[in-house]
Design a protein around this ligand. Structure first.
Ligand code: GRF
Length: 203
C-alpha cells in the first residue's frame, strides 16, 4: 500500500506515523510528504528518513482551484491508496475532496463535532469543558465533519493554558493517528451510512 502525507508545519503527526510504520513494519510505502510551505520544519525530518519531499507553494497560485489542481497532480503521480492530512492548514475545494472521498484522513484537535475550525484549544477553554481531545476522521466537503475513525479524550485541568492543553492533546494525537492509518491500510475501515465500522483483524 502507498501513502502520501500532507503537512504545513511542524509535522509531528507525520513523524509519529513514519516512526510507527517503521517500528511495526507496516507493509506500506510512504511515497511522499508534500508541504504547501517550503519552510515547513517537518520536511527536514521526512527527508532525513529518506522519504521524498515535495513543496507545492500555495502562495504561488492565483486561487484555491489552481493550487488544488497542482496538489492533486503531485499526489496522483504517486497513485497512493491513502492521503493523510497531518497539520495541513488549507481549506480544500469540494472537487479535490471528492476526488479522494473515502481515502483521505485528517486529524482535528478536538472531540468532534465540538470545536470545528481553528484555535480549538482556546475554544475548549472558553467553553469550560472538562474533557477535550482529538479526532481522526475521513475528509468530506464540510470542514471537520467527516465520518469519525478514532477519538481520544484528555482532561482539561484547572490551570491549563492553550499551550499546556495543546501539548496534552498532541501526545495522544501521536497515538491515535498512526493507529487509524494502520486500520485503513489493513482494510478494516468501511463507511456505512456515514458511520465508520472497524472490522476485527482477520475478518
Ligand atoms: C495538530 O494538533 C493537528 O491536530 C492539527 O494541527 C496540529 C498539527 O501538528 N490539525 P503537527 O504539524 O502534526 O505537529
Amino acid at each position: 500500500k502507498k501513502i502520501v502525507i500532507l503537512i504545513s508545519g511542524r509535522g509531528s503527526n507525520m513523524q509519529a506515523i513514519l516512526r510507527t510504520a517503521q517500528d511495526e513494519q507496516w507493509p506500506v510505502e510512504i511515497a511522499a510528504v508534500i508541504s504547501n510551505r517550503a519552510d515547513a520544519p517537518g520536511l527536514i525530518f521526512a527527508a532525513q528518513q529518506g522519504v521524498p519531499t515535495i513543496v507545492i507553494p500555495s502562495d504561488a497560485y492565483p486561487d484555491r482551484a489552481a493550487f488544488d489542481a497542482a496538489l492533486q497532480a503531485a499526489i496522483d503521480a504517486h497513485a497512493p491508496d491513502l492521503v493523510v492530512l497531518a497539520g495541513f492548514m488549507r481549506i480544500l475545494t469540494d472537487a479535490f475532496v471528492q476526488h479522494y472521498q473515502g481515502r483521505m484522513l485528517n486529524i482535528h484537535p478536538s472531540l468532534l463535532p465540538s470545536f470545528v475550525g481553528l484555535a480549538t484549544h482556546r475554544q475548549a477553554l472558553k467553553a469550560g469543558v472538562r474533557i477535550h481531545g482529538a479526532t481522526v476522521h475521513f475528509v468530506t466537503p464540510q470542514l471537520d465533519h467527516g465520518p469519525i475513525v478514532a477519538q481520544v479524550a484528555v482532561p482539561v485541568l484547572p490551570d491549563d493554558t492553550e499551550q499546556t492543553l495543546a501539548a496534552r492533546v498532541l501526545e495522544h494525537e501521536h497515538q491515535i493517528y498512526p493507529q487509524a492509518v494502520r486500520w485503513f491500510i489493513e482494510g478494516r475501515l468501511t463507511i456505512v451510512d456515514g458511520i465508520v465500522r472497524i472490522a476485527e483483524v482477520g475478518v
